[in-house]
Design a protein around this ligand. Structure first.
Ligand code: NAP
Length: 245
């Protein structure tokens, strides 16, 4: 039987690295895509040395939507699973007055990931099999003053994945949304995060594998986030407006 292959978009992130290693340890071929080939190559060599699996690297920029079809065509084959880990937290304060920065955050977290996953979804649908995984965020569950540009883009991405899953439910294509909650990574290294609700990148990687094997639709990596966001969503707007969240 041919080896199963996973394509990870945003391959240089800490979450991608941990996820790639988790798949490679289960004998998957790993394809890492991102915009920094030297970094991807270092990571590929490391995973390959640790697991003996094939790890290939591929140039990919999520903002270059016009090159998506050529990117997919150039891969060694259609993967079995595609995971978009791409994201950009950006600077909320700057985004409030700099439309170019706001647009970059919106496009990096919503437009780009949605369009590239949509492209693979169509190819999977034609084949009758495949899994699509989008790393979204609890930040999309309710807009907050401190990060609503990022949060709204993640909300759009979450809704897109939900619709895609709904449309493809009978086609053999599995679409899974991942809401990691806080994760200790390069993106959050400047933040003070409560340990009880902060996952490691390795937990995210294992949660993705477990979610795929159980055919999950939406996963909160630490289940406590389901409760946290339920409470946050239930706060009435007049009260929410007065909170500094
Ligand atoms: N850390 C958290 O607490 C947390 C919580 C919820 C959700 N998430 C989500 O988890 C994912 C990974 O985040 P992380 O924490 O591991 O942070 P990260 O290291 O900053 O990861 C972001 C990834 O996106 C890539 N990327 C950004 N813009 C790109 C572009 N134009 N083209 C291609 N790749 C691009 C980055 O590549 P470069 O290396 O080239 O910049 C990097 O690989 C993101 O989607 C993030 O929103 C994180």
């Amino acid at each position: 039987m041919a080896e199963k292959a996973v394509l990870i978009l945003g391959g240089t992130s800490d979450i991608a690295r941990a996820t790639a290693l988790a798949f490679a340890k289960r004998d998957w071929t790993v394809r890492l895509a991102g915009r920094a080939p030297p970094e991807l190559q270092r990571e590929a060599d490391d995973i390959s040395a640790r697991t003996g699996r094939t790890v290939t690297i591929h140039q990919f920029d999520v903002l270059a939507t016009g090159s998506f079809a050529a990117f997919a065509d150039a891969l060694p084959g259609l993967p079995d699973v595609v995971i978009s880990v791409v994201g950009l937290l950006g600077d909320q304060a700057r985004a409030e007055t700099d439309p170019d920065h706001a647009s970059e955050i919106m496009r990096s977290n919503y437009e780009g990931p949605a369009l590239i996953l949509s492209l693979f979804a169509e190819r999977f649908r034609a084949r009758g099999a495949g899994a699509i995984v989008g790393i979204s965020s609890v930040a999309g569950d309710r807009g907050r003053g401190s990060n609503y540009v990022y949060g709204s883009a993640k909300a759009g991405f979450t809704a897109f994945l939900s619709g895609l899953r709904n449309r493809l439910a009978a086609s053999g294509v599995h679409v899974m949304t991942v809401k990691p909650g806080f994760v200790r990574t390069r993106m959050t290294e400047h933040m003070k995060l409560p340990p009880i609700i902060t996952a490691t990148p390795e937990e995210v990687g294992e949660a993705v594998l477990a979610g795929l094997s159980r055919h999950k639709d939406v996963i909160y990596v630490r289940p406590i986030w389901l409760l946290v966001m339920l409470i946050i969503r239930m706060i009435p707007e007049p009260v929410f407006k007065r909170l500094k969240l």
